[in-house]
Design a protein around this ligand. Sequence first.
Ligand SMILES: Cc1cc2nc3c(=O)[nH]c(=O)nc-3n(C[C@H](O)[C@H](O)[C@H](O)COP(=O)(O)O)c2cc1C
Length: 220
Amino acid sequence: MNIADAIATRRSVRGFLPQDVPQEDLQAIFQLAQHAPSNCNTQPWVVHVVSGTALRDLGRRLCQAALDPTQHAPDFPYDGRYEGVYRERQQDSAAQLFNAMGIAREDKSGRARSFLRNFDFFEAPHAAFIFLPEPFGLREAADCGLYAQTLMLAMKGQGVASCPQTSLTFHPAIVREMLGVPAAHKLLLGISFGYEDPQHAANLCRVSRAPLEATAIFHN
Ligand SMILES: Cc1cc2nc3c(=O)[nH]c(=O)nc-3n(C[C@H](O)[C@H](O)[C@H](O)COP(=O)(O)O)c2cc1C
């Protein structure tokens, strides 16, 4: 797969087949992602890859905790509220996903059930948790963002689908406890991954993008 195809065809997948990605492919993917650039080559990401019963046990704990939104306590604040054009894009992408899944706008319980699927990793057989050690901040968080996209493109190259998820960071204490992660490592992002279930309705969703001139300004 060439790089343009990998970038253009990567998308967030929210329904997976149960098959594991072979260990040698996992090694190749994570090895390739190590090429991501970072400030002063600090490579501030610490990534925990979780599979098998460890993942299902973690999913059960996260699903339970997710039932009470007042208990969400992410390491990096997030209220999910956007304004103006950003709100429009958020609403548009949500509408496209719910349309694909046949969930009506007024179907609150359907939307809530769909949201809860995040915490069982959309049934994926693997998840990666990207941590940022203290005292790193915003600049190194950007490094982790570059790492995450590099990782997802490396997955794409191996035929592996993914979904980046802020929702997997709502209960960092549970993730740290179950994976034995030090308190000084702050949870920035989770990524569910595995082989796409092409029959899953959520995967019929194709979200659009703003026109180039809305986000890129060229100067001469
Ligand atoms: C940092 C980040 C966090 C995200 N968090 C979630 C999430 O918690 N749940 C989810 O279903 N999708 C999540 N997404 C996926 C976005 O909704 C998706 O990337 C966006 O709608 C564009 O669609 P595409 O990835 O299919 O191109 C996240 C994406 C990013 C980059």
